[in-house]
Design a protein around this ligand. Structure first.
Ligand code: ADP
Length: 190
């Protein structure tokens, strides 16, 4: 299996790029944010729980997120691999992911990180909020809290994957097509 972690701060463009590369490589795209939003919309127990964190821009607790992720992977094993978008976001999620993939004699092939400056992120998220109406994109202090959560809990994962020799940073600013090409180049060389 080819398993890719698409990494980067909120607004880096993970979802946009995941959509473009999943078909090319027949990978199953898991966006933890999308799964949470689906559950919120359908008012499930998981959705009710996740909502109180997401609307503040806080991370949903690890235990809940890991359990959900495990379930999605286990229900979709007939693929060439996965694109993880928005997961892992903490060290304990990264360890849980290793553990899960090991069960299937698999591992993370690459973490591809979209590098984008904070000012650009805030601009992009504010713009997206106007169009999508996503509550957590519509308020500056919530956006700033998400970026803060990223630097305090998530950014350290760069070192985690660098140690495994599978971290690839790419410039996440430019035309969408150009960024896709940068990602494809990394995947083709794996
Ligand atoms: P973005 O990357 O733009 O923040 P996402 O849709 O990936 O958008 O995430 C939205 C929110 O969902 C996060 O702010 C967080 O509350 C929750 N979330 C998503 N993935 C995770 C995760 N792996 N662990 C904890 N919370 C998560």
């Amino acid at each position: 299996m080819k398993n890719i972690v698409l990494f980067g701060p909120p607004g880096a463009g993970k979802g946009t790029q995941a959509d473009r590369i999943k078909n090319k490589y027949n990978l199953f795209h898991i966006s933890t944010g999308d799964v949470f939003r689906f559950n919120i919309k359908n008012n499930t127990k998981l959705g009710v729980l996740a909502k109180q964190y997401m609307e503040k821009g806080d991370l949903v607790p690890d235990e809940v997120t890991i359990q959900m992720l495990n379930k999605v992977v286990e229900n979709n094993l007939d693929v060439n691999g996965f694109i993880f978008d928005g997961f892992p976001r903490t060290k304990s999620q990264a360890n849980a992911l290793d553990h899960l993939l090991l069960k299937y004699d698999s591992s993370i092939s690459a973490m591809i990180a979209l590098e984008v400056a904070d000012e650009v992120l805030i601009e992009r998220l504010t713009e997206r909020g106007k169009q999508s109406g996503r509550a957590d994109d519509s308020n500056k202090s919530i956006i700033e809290n998400r970026i803060k959560e990223y630097y305090s809990k998530t950014a350290i994962l760069k070192t985690f994957y660098q140690k495994k020799n599978c971290y690839f940073g790419i410039d996440g600013v430019g035309k969408i097509d150009e960024i896709t090409e940068r990602i494809i180049k990394v995947i083709n060389e794996l």
